[in-house]
Structures are given as structure tokens and as C-alpha cells.
Design a protein around this ligand. Structure first.
Ligand code: AHR
Length: 662
């Protein structure tokens, strides 16, 4: 398909016609699709993923480790562990007990010392993350580090038990020699269980030290040992995201500076990665999650690797020396900012440096000699005010002096308007910032009203990264928010505005991404999961439809010469795809009435069959669930009669029309 020359203009009459369908009169809208190239490219990064370890997204979710607090590092080192009597399952410390030994000079500070007096009765049990999810027919790798201290303990017996305490797989491991050793065993559960537990008993009496008690499915994403949960990565893969933003979100900033995300502590051997309390552990009084920590098993190397697997640009966001301004708002003094800036420079070397560089060598040793070819970096997450601008300037200068080609994402605060937002934008514009991150969590009505938000943006200013957005059915941070069809439909309407302004908006991502059905703090979220399964929300399908149909070149679609930004509750955007040779038209009808649209395609050299993808729901309140994804795209074909394209856009629907050029 040629895009530089005028291919066609679907010129049409501007009068309104009425069609009779199913005994109802439906108003027809005559749309102009101008296939003349706008010379605006849709960036490959247009639709991406925002990942943050909130709602058990990493530990308890994507990171497939099934044992919570595997190395006893939580502030309460026995979180997740119990010592019930083997028979009565009530605590019985007469038969044995566990103490925690701490070595503060180490990053993995704690280990358990287990004293067994009565091996008939002593048991140590881990509850997993709201249980341990096990699939019948799959295999699970158990490993633990053990030092035989004294006595005659000859075996460690491990069992997986179901909700009723019935053993569904067990294995005995013979203990040999002294000193710390790593032991491995494999489980093959006899049934599928959502909330299993791991039980450990001992043969013999004595004292052993144990650490890093770990359980992983063998069937992880790409079969990597100690890897990621396959079904969840698959859902990300199916989005064909243009970028992967990580590791957040407010988690980057931390509640305090000490609790900020420090990427250097998340690489190297997994057992040496220092655990840290998760910011969302006590983020909301109404959803306290005291057992939420970060093991960093999913660390920066794994994030880069995931981005590579997904074919997405890696987009790390780093602390700029400001702790979350909603929490402690701790600030690093300007004269103490150097280590933070150095972290950014070192990260670029870690990702892109060759194996002879200090950080490139570490990446190589971790198994990835080839650079990750990182192109973007974010400075701060959701910061605001003069303190941010002052710090951003230092980062910008240091990064661009050493790495002029790296694109820097700066932030405009937590709101899409207001004093902080205006100030941030004004200052960042003056500084010729490259890409500014905007966040908006707002009502569906706001999304419907703001589809023209970027029509007014300065075409010569910084590009926009709509880095976090989601329609809130009740209100921001309200626990009753739902991922219902109204929220998804309003996001789709808004997204036509993002796409229509693809010369300004070059990156977008819904947030947050994941939520564990029992371990969440924030709702709504794009993908919900439990220990066995996951489901895609209607919002997910909206994201997917935009991403899979992003095309390569922006086209203009208008009615009466105007873009469709909600007139008669219709919204539209259009692109062509020079690779597939398609014209792709996205239309949202946010009205309770169906509409008919007519595109005159006389001058188009197109196939006589149009593909129509429809996403809709019985009600605006309809949701998907583990039981059923009621809202999913369905595809129809429609014959094009004598070049005339007349088609129905159902009430409250998002429709994609695909025309294939000959
Ligand atoms: O997406 C949840 C949170 O919302 C993010 O961590 C933060 O950046 C925003 O306030």
C-alpha cells in the first residue's frame, strides 16, 4: 500500500440518512476516511505494558515461586510458616522448634535453625501465597539449602497437602554430610489444588539449619528454571506490547527513600538478593497486606529478559531521589544526588554495555552477553514540584552527556491537570524534555469527555507518554471499582483520541496490570488471577484490539469535516498498515442506540470482504470473571456491495473495520 501518495478519499454526502433495521429507525453517519498520508507514523511503542509489583503482581503472581518468605527474611521471619503437630495440626512446640539466626553482614540475613526432639510430631508448614496452586499432571521442583548441625537427622520428608490435609505428593530427601548443601526433589501432585500447603518433617532427631526453601512449577514461561508463570506471561505476549515499563509505579519511589527500588540489589544470584518490604504492604488501610514483600526473584535482569521475550522495548523507571510524595516525601539533598544519577548511568551500561564494561560483564555472567538495546529510561515516577525539576535537570544532563541517544521520560505528577501538572509541563517544555509521562485515574465520564484532550497539544512540544490510566467505576482507590464494560468502553473512546494524536502521544499503558483475586490492594486492574487461573477483563480486550490493530500510519476519519470525539456519542480513529496492506477503522459507539455508518469506498481498491471485529456486552455493568469471559471480541465478515460500506455499530460497542487493499 502506498502511503505517500493520495490513495483515495472516501468522499461522501454530508446529509443524514435513516436506515430501517429490525423495525427501528437508525440514524446513519456518513464518514470520510481520507487515505492521503498524514505523514504521521504510529510508533511501534504506541501501546505498551505498565508493570508494577502491586496486587501480588510479582511475588505471588508473575514470579512463579510458590513458597512465601522462602528464606525467612520478612520483618516477621515466620510469616507464612507454621509449626503444627503432624497429627493434630495445632501448634506443638514440645516436639521441636525453630529459631531464626541472623547475620547482618549478609544480604540474605536470616536462616532457620530447626531443632527436632520428636520426629513423629514435628512439622514445619508453608502456606504459599494465599495457598499454593498445583496442577495435576505437572511437575514441581523443590529445593532447599540445609546444614546438618548435630544429632542424627537422616532425611527431610516433604509433602504437598490439599485443603483437607490429604497428601497429594511427597518425597523424601536423604541428608548427607555436613556444611551447607543444596538439595533438590520433584513433586508430581495427584490432583489439582488451588490452596495446597507444603509440609516438612524430619527423620531422626537433631538440629539442622535451613534456608531458601523454594518450590517452582517446571512448566514456566519458556521452561526457565525458577522462572515466570506461563499463563500470565502468555497474556502479556498476546497483547503484543510495544514496551514494558517496570518496576512501577510508586514502588520505584518507595514509601521512604530506604525502601525505594534499587535495581542493583535485584541482580546476581537470586539467593543473594536482599528482600524488601513491598510498598503496598500497608499502602491502604482498607487493604492491608502484611505478608507482602519483594524477593526480587523477578529483578532487573528478568525484566529486561521479559521485555525481550515479548518483543517490547524495555522501559525502566528509576528513583530520582524523592520518596513517594503521598507518603514520607523524603528528599535527597542535591549535593547527595550523585549515587542516584550513577545508578541510572550504570543501568544503561548494564543493559547496553559490552561484556568488557563493568556492568555489561555482570549481565553477561547472568547469561545474556548480547546487549538488551535499551532506548528509554524514566527519571522518577509521579513526582511534582520544583524539587523534581531541579533533580530531573541533573539526571538529564548526566544521561545525555554520556548517552545522547537514550530517550528520557520525565513525569508530570499524579493528575492530568491542576497546578502541579501545569507547572511540571511548563518547566519541562522549557527544558526541551523529550517525553512526559501523564497519569489519569478518572471516571468513565471523564474518559468519554476527554477524547479530544490531545487535539489541543502543542505539536512542537515534548511527546506524551500516557503512562498510567484506567477508568474508575466508583472512584480512585475505591475498593468497589469494577472492570466493567462501561469502564472499558470509555477507555476505548478515549483511546481513539490517543491514536488520532499519534504525532504527540507516542506511548500509552493501562495501569495497574495484574491483581491476585485475594491479594490485591488496588482495583481496577487489567488481568486478574488466582493460584491456578487468570482471566482477561474487557479493558484487556480493548488494549489488545488497539495494540493488534495499531497499523503503521495515521489516517484521518471525519464526519462533516470534524474528527469524531463524541458527537452523537461516536468516536473514531483510523490507520493504515503498510505491512499487511490494510485500512483499519476503529469506532466506538457509547450510545444506548445502535448507529449505522456509511463509508463510500468507491475509489478504494479493496477486497470485497470487510472484516468486522466487535467488542460489546449485554450491559454496561457486565464484567468478565474466572467462570466466564462474557466480553470477548468476535469477528464477522461483511461483503462490500458495489464499493459501498454500510455497517451497523451496535449500541455501546467498540468496532474495528478492516479493509484489505488489493
Ligand atoms: O497504578 C497504581 C499507582 O498509581 C502507581 O503506583 C502510581 O504511580 C499511581 O499513583
Amino acid at each position: 500500500m502506498k502511503t505517500k501518495t493520495k490513495i483515495f478519499t472516501a468522499a461522501i454526502s454530508l446529509s443524514v440518512a435513516f436506515f430501517s433495521a429490525q423495525n427501528k429507525t437508525i440514524k446513519a453517519h456518513f464518514l470520510d476516511l481520507d487515505a492521503t498520508s498524514t505523514n504521521i507514523k504510529i510508533q511501534p511503542t504506541m501501546y505498551g505494558i505498565f508493570f508494577e509489583d502491586i496486587n501480588f503482581a510479582a511475588d505471588g503472581g508473575l514470579y512463579a515461586e510458590l513458597i512465601k518468605n522462602r528464606s525467612f527474611e520478612f520483618d516477621e521471619p515466620l510469616t507464612g510458616w507454621k509449626q503444627p503437630n503432624t497429627k493434630t495440626l495445632s501448634p506443638n512446640l514440645d516436639s521441636g522448634f525453630l529459631t531464626i539466626i541472623t547475620d547482618k553482614s549478609k544480604t540474605n540475613k536470616n536462616y532457620a535453625r530447626i531443632t527436632v526432639w520428636n520426629d513423629e510430631n514435628y512439622v514445619l508448614e508453608n502456606e504459599g501465597f494465599r495457598g499454593i496452586g498445583l496442577h495435576q499432571g505437572e511437575k514441581y521442583d523443590l529445593s532447599f539449602n540445609l546444614e546438618n548441625v548435630s544429632g542424627n537427622i537422616s532425611a527431610v520428608n516433604t509433602s504437598l497437602i490439599d485443603e483437607n490435609g490429604t497428601v497429594i505428593s511427597s518425597v523424601s530427601t536423604i541428608i548427607k554430610g555436613g556444611g551447607w548443601q543444596k538439595y533438590n526433589a520433584v513433586f508430581a501432585p495427584s490432583k489439582t489444588v488451588e490452596k495446597a500447603k507444603l509440609q516438612i518433617t524430619f527423620t531422626g532427631k537433631g538440629v539442622v539449619n535451613m534456608d531458601m526453601i523454594s518450590l517452582f512449577p517446571q512448566d514456566t514461561w519458556k521452561g526457565r528454571k525458577g522462572g515466570l508463570r506461563k499463563d500470565l506471561v502468555q497474556k502479556l505476549y498476546d497483547l503484543q506490547p510495544g514496551f514494558l515499563r517496570f518496576p512501577g509505579g510508586c514502588i520505584v519511589e518507595g514509601r521512604t527513600l530506604a525502601e525505594r527500588y534499587q535495581w542493583k540489589k535485584t541482580i546476581g544470584k537470586v539467593e543473594n538478593r536482599e528482600n524488601l518490604i513491598n510498598k503496598w504492604n500497608n499502602g491502604f488501610a482498607h487493604r492491608l497486606t502484611p505478608d507482602y514483600w519483594q524477593s526480587f526473584g523477578l529483578g532487573f535482569f528478568e525484566y529486561f529478559q521479559l521485555a525481550e521475550d515479548l518483543g517490547a522495548e524495555p522501559l525502566p523507571i528509576l528513583s530520582c531521589g524523592m520518596a513517594c510524595q503521598f507518603n514520607t516525601a523524603e528528599l535527597v539533598k542535591m549535593e547527595d544526588l550523585d549515587p542516584y544519577v550513577q545508578d541510572a548511568l550504570d543501568l544503561i551500561e548494564f543493559a547496553n554495555g559490552d561484556s568488557n564494561t563493568k556492568w555489561g560483564k555482570i549481565r553477561t555472567e547472568m547469561g545474556h552477553p548480547k546487549p538488551f538495546n535499551m532506548k528509554f529510561i524514566g527519571v522518577g515516577n509521579e513526582q511534582w514540584g520544583a524539587d523534581y525539576i531541579e533533580r530531573y535537570k541533573v539526571f538529564e544532563k548526566a544521561i545525555h552527556t554520556k548517552y545522547p541517544d537514550i530517550k528520557i521520560i520525565s513525569g508530570s505528577g499524579p493528575s492530568p491537570d491542576g497546578e502541579f501538572f501545569d507547572y511540571g509541563w511548563k518547566e519541562l517544555k522549557k527544558l526541551n524534555a523529550q517525553i512526559v509521562d501523564e497519569h489519569y485515574y478518572n471516571s468513565p465520564e471523564w474518559f468519554l469527555k476527554n477524547a479530544d484532550r490531545y487535539d489541543k497539544y502543542d505539536r512542537r512540544g515534548p511527546k506524551v507518554f500516557a503512562g498510567e490510566y484506567a477508568a474508575q467505576s466508583v472512584g480512585v482507590v475505591k475498593p468497589d471499582n469494577k472492570n466493567n464494560w462501561l469502564t472499558a468502553l470509555s477507555e476505548a473512546a478515549f483511546m481513539t483520541g490517543l491514536e488520532r494524536n499519534a504525532d504527540v502521544v507516542t506511548m500509552t499503558s493501562y495501569a495497574p496490570l495484574f491483581a491476585h483475586a485475594e491479594g490485591w490492594q488496588w482495583t481496577p486492574d487489567l488481568i486478574w488471577f488466582n493460584n491456578l487461573e487468570s482471566y482477561a477483563t474487557p479493558n484487556y480486550y480493548v488494549q489488545q484490539l488497539f495494540s493488534l490493530n495499531k497499523g503503521t500510519d495515521l489516517l484521518q476519519i471525519t464526519e462533516n469535516g470534524q474528527p469524531l470525539t463524541g458527537q452523537d456519542k461516536l468516536y473514531a480513529s483510523a490507520v493504515s498498515d503498510t505491512v499487511t496492506g490494510e485500512y483499519i477503522i476503529k469506532i466506538v459507539n457509547a450510545d444506548a442506540q445502535a448507529k449505522t455508518i456509511q463509508l463510500n469506498a468507491k475509489s478504494l481498491k479493496i477486497n470485497s470482504v470487510m472484516t468486522k471485529v466487535i467488542l460489546t456486552a449485554p450491559y454496561l455493568t457486565t464484567e468478565n470473571s474466572f467462570d466466564k469471559e462474557l466480553i470477548q471480541p468476535r469477528t464477522e465478515s461483511q461483503n462490500i456491495n458495489k464499493g459501498k460500506i454500510i455497517t451497523k455499530i451496535p449500541a455501546n460497542s467498540f468496532v474495528i473495520l478492516k479493509l484489505k487493499s488489493l
